[in-house]
Design a protein around this ligand. Structure first.
Ligand code: NAI
Ligand code: MG
Length: 495
């Protein structure tokens, strides 16, 4: 028996169903598929394989709930509900973190650490339940006219969630929907649906009314596509690949759905010669290696000023070799596996391309063997002598692979940093406030970190530009995306 078998919570195992209108239902087709633990490549549960018929049932339930009793809940009732949800998830967080680790591989030390993020995310949304407002607007009409501005919930929101952080990723959508009075159909990623399904059970227990949050599991081109195409879905919140986003954008045309798209990147992280390397080396390295590189904001183009190139790379190599990789159930482990064979093949392909295009492999570069051979483990990998026009510096790898690109001065590095189709994030390491300011103003991206990397605060919000997508998660702007505006012209003297 493995560690996995002895530590699985009761929830992991067996066959799971969709959640629709508060009921757990098998797929109309009766089909199922396996979800595996990427540390062992063994199946850990069976998921219902949803298709268009299942999505349609879930959307009908979401619509019914949107128009029913839920629409009469007051902001204070919704606030209280979010606080109940918060307490329920907090109480069960260790179990949720363990499910996440078993299903997608991230080390337990990290997933347990997400409790604080979960808490802040829900507390932020609990503070936003007065966002549906009515105000008097000034006008230049005859004095008997009053103009009112309303903000009201947009309706049914489809949430298409990726596998790299499903437990937290779903909360932005659930939180904003509960804050505004929308309803949701979530489509988790086929590789990691279990933490979302367990959360859904806990939401029902916390008093979320039936139909407000629904979950349809299944493959992207089946369940995901059906949700994106559905005519009665008002908005899609999507995080994932640019290829899939293009299909969602096209599908949204059937009813001109609103979209919020967060599509990863090829973020520049820039280390100047005056940086504090004790901070910058681990900071920049973990800016890529966190979650084994499967992070949208990964600072995977690491620009290092030429004067400190040698010292920086030596320290980066040493740091990379020091990381403990393995099954995330081991509390000492810092990096888990990649999510799937597909992702392992993808990362391997990029490392081959880097070698072929003339980058120098400084450390790592391969799959891990020995005890870890059965899982999808990949070594922390550093390429040096990378040019910004090489494929490994242009395309998102989504694995623990760093491309070190040398530069000489500020103007050059800003130009190189912006020479990318993406615009999600970036980082600057320097002791000079002027350098930090110039570079952070110069980089076209949604988030810039100075002397740190990867922090997110739900109240601040987060999003991208260029091919990294549009619309914000978190912050007041996110809430706006769950609302529509209406103005009313009232003639107060109808006679
Ligand atoms: P993906 O974009 O296909 O998957 C994300 C979600 O979209 C999943 O729930 C999937 O089932 C769904 N989906 C897939 N096809 C769909 C369709 N036609 N219509 C509607 N929904 C659909 O990403 P995938 O294939 O898992 O990963 C490939 C690459 O995408 C990664 O290597 C990475 O570069 C990028 N990615 C970026 C993420 C981010 O956080 N920005 C998250 C996941 C992947
Ligand atoms: Mg899995």
């Amino acid at each position: 028996m493995t560690a996995t078998d002895t530590t699985s919570p009761a929830f992991v195992g067996g066959s799971k169903r969709h959640l629709m209108g508060g009921q757990w239902r098998a797929s109309v087709s009766g089909l199922e598929f396996d979800t595996e633990n990427p540390s062992t490549a063994r199946a850990i549960a069976r998921l219902a394989r949803g298709g268009a018929a299942d999505v349609d049932l879930a959307v009908k339930e979401a619509r019914r709930a949107f128009e029913g009793e839920w629409s009469r809940w007051t902001p204070y009732q919704r606030q209280r509900l979010i606080l109940h949800v918060h307490d329920q998830l907090e109480k069960h967080f260790d179990e949720l973190a363990l499910i996440e680790t078993l299903d997608m591989g991230a080390p337990l030390a990290g997933t347990k650490g997400l409790k604080d993020r979960m808490s802040k995310t829900l507390l932020f949304y609990a503070s936003q339940t007065n966002a549906c407002t009515t105000e008097t607007l000034s006008n230049s009409l005859p004095g008997t006219y009053m103009t009112l501005g309303h903000k009201a919930p947009i309706g049914v929101v489809g949430g298409i969630v990726p596998w790299n952080a499903p437990l937290i990723g779903q909360l932005w959508i659930i939180g904003a929907a509960l804050a505004t009075g929308c309803t949701v159909v979530l489509k988790p990623a086929e590789d990691a649906s279990l933490s979302i399904l367990r959360t859904a059970e806990l939401l029902l227990e916390a008093g979320v009314p039936p139909g407000v949050i629904n979950v349809v599991t299944g493959y992207g081109p089946e369940a995901g596509a059906a949700l994106a195409e559905h005519r009665d879905v008002d908005r899609i919140a999507f995080t994932g690949s640019i290829e899939t986003a293009r299909q969602i954008v096209a599908a949204s045309a059937v009813n001109v759905k609103r979209l919020q798209l967060e599509l990863g990147g090829k973020s520049p992280d820039i280390v100047f010669a005056d940086a504090n390397l004790d901070l910058a080396v681990p900071g920049a390295a973990m800016g890529v290696y966190t979650n084994s590189g499967q992070v949208c904001v990964a600072g995977s183009r690491l620009f290092v000023q030429r004067a400190i190139q040698r010292e920086f790379v030596d320290r980066l190599k040493e740091f990379s070799r020091s990381l403990r990789i393995g099954n995330g159930l081991d509390p000492q482990v810092q990096l888990g596996p990649l999510i799937s064979q597909r992702q392992l093949d993808r990362v391997t392909k990029y490392v081959d391309l880097g070698n072929r295009e003339g980058a120098r492999l400084a450390v790592g570069g391969g799959r891990l063997g020995g005890d870890l051979a059965q899982g999808y483990f990949f070594e922390p990998t550093v390429f040096t002598d990378v040019r910004n026009d090489m494929t490994i510096a242009r395309e998102e790898i989504f694995g623990p692979v760093i491309s070190v690109i040398p530069f000489d001065d500020i103007d050059e590095v800003i130009r190189l940093a912006n020479d990318t189709p993406y615009g999600l994030a970036g980082g600057v390491w320097t002791r000079s406030a002027a350098t930090a300011h110039l570079v952070s103003r110069g980089i076209k991206a949604g988030t810039i970190w100075v002397n740190s990397y990867g922090l997110l605060d739900p109240a601040v919000g987060f999003g991208g530009c260029k091919m990294s997508g549009y619309g914000w998660k978190g912050g007041a702007e996110h809430i706006e995306g769950f609302l529509y505006r209406k103005v009313v012209y009232m003639n107060l003297t109808p006679d």
